[in-house]
Design a protein around this ligand. Structure first.
Ligand code: NAP
Length: 252
């Protein structure tokens, strides 16, 4: 059993569905007070309502992490609502496909602004509150795609996900004196609404490539994030945890 995160305040970006929702629900089930953030207010509020109905404690707030003023507003609202921030799960991300032969600078910017700059903006907005916490934790949702593998159509996405790790390593050094750890989970293929948009052929191709012979669940990622947010992970910082059912292991 890990030490309880009961009462700790966790801000989860991109939490109206998919992996972020899984993190929010599992953190709440373990006693955290959760800020559910997404661009769509209705989706964020619906997840918070479901958590509250299940006996947890959550609030849904709108936030586009690519916009500095919205990230700052989210952190301020989280502090106002719950009195502080102990854990930030910077999870919001998009993965629209575009091959290099047709990729526009605008498509590149949209992905980098959300996935990479959005991670920086969420971290910097929550930083003052995290510094006041005795157990500050930052968990980034990166990916196997970019840091470890490539996939046609996702050069911008891969760059954003590898970029998160470069950001993480220096952030971990800078924030260590404040007792804040910064780590990343690297999901493989996880069954989410976003992934489903890639179509059945993609899902079948991925499932066949995973030694454990299934896509991951959002809970698989949430429990990895929960560990990195726990007291037991206090001496782990600047590290990556691959959660991919063995997908990146085979030599051929
Ligand atoms: P998803 O099902 O599409 O959900 C994405 C979530 O992020 C939604 O709540 C969405 O809500 C929110 N979001 C999107 N853009 C946002 C923005 N600019 N600001 C704030 N929230 C935003 O995606 P997912 O599959 O759960 O992926 C979540 C994270 O895991 C991403 O970082 C992704 O790169 C990573 N990942 C996923 C997989 C996978 O197999 N699913 C694998 C590796 C890594 P709104 O649209 O309302 O904003």
């Amino acid at each position: 059993m890990l030490t309880s995160i009961k009462g700790r305040v966790a801000v989860v970006t991109g939490a109206s569905r998919g992996i972020g929702r899984g993190i929010a629900e599992i953190f709440a089930r373990h006693g955290a007070r959760v800020v559910v953030a997404a661009r769509g207010r209705e989706g964020a509020e619906a997840v918070a309502a479901a958590i509250n109905a299940a006996g947890g404690e959550a609030v849904g707030l709108p936030c586009d992490v690519a916009r500095p003023e919205e990230a700052l507003r989210l952190a301020a609202a989280a502090e106002q609502h719950f009195g502080g921030i102990d854990i930030l799960c910077a999870n919001a991300g998009i993965f629209p496909a575009a091959k290099l032969t047709s990729m526009t600078p605008e498509q590149w910017d949209e992905v980098l602004n959300t996935n990479l700059k959005g991670s920086f903006l969420a971290v910097s907005a929550c930083l003052p509150a995290l510094r006041r916490s005795p157990h500050g934790r930052i968990v980034l949702t990166s990916s196997i795609t970019g840091p470890i593998t490539g996939y046609a159509g996702w050069s911008h996405y891969g760059a954003s996900k590898a970029g998160q790790l470069g950001f993480m390593r220096t952030a971990a050094i800078e924030l260590a004196p404040h007792g804040i750890t910064v780590n990343a989970v690297l999901p493989g293929n996880i069954a989410t609404e976003g992934l489903a948009a890639n179509g059945e052929a993609y899902i079948a191709e991925m499932a066949a490539a995973i030694p454990l012979r299934r896509l991951g669940s959002v809970a698989d990622i949430a429990y990895a994030a929960l560990f990195l947010a726990s007291d037991e992970a206090a001496f782990i910082t600047g590290q990556t945890l691959v959660v991919d059912g063995g997908q990146t292991l085979p030599e051929a």
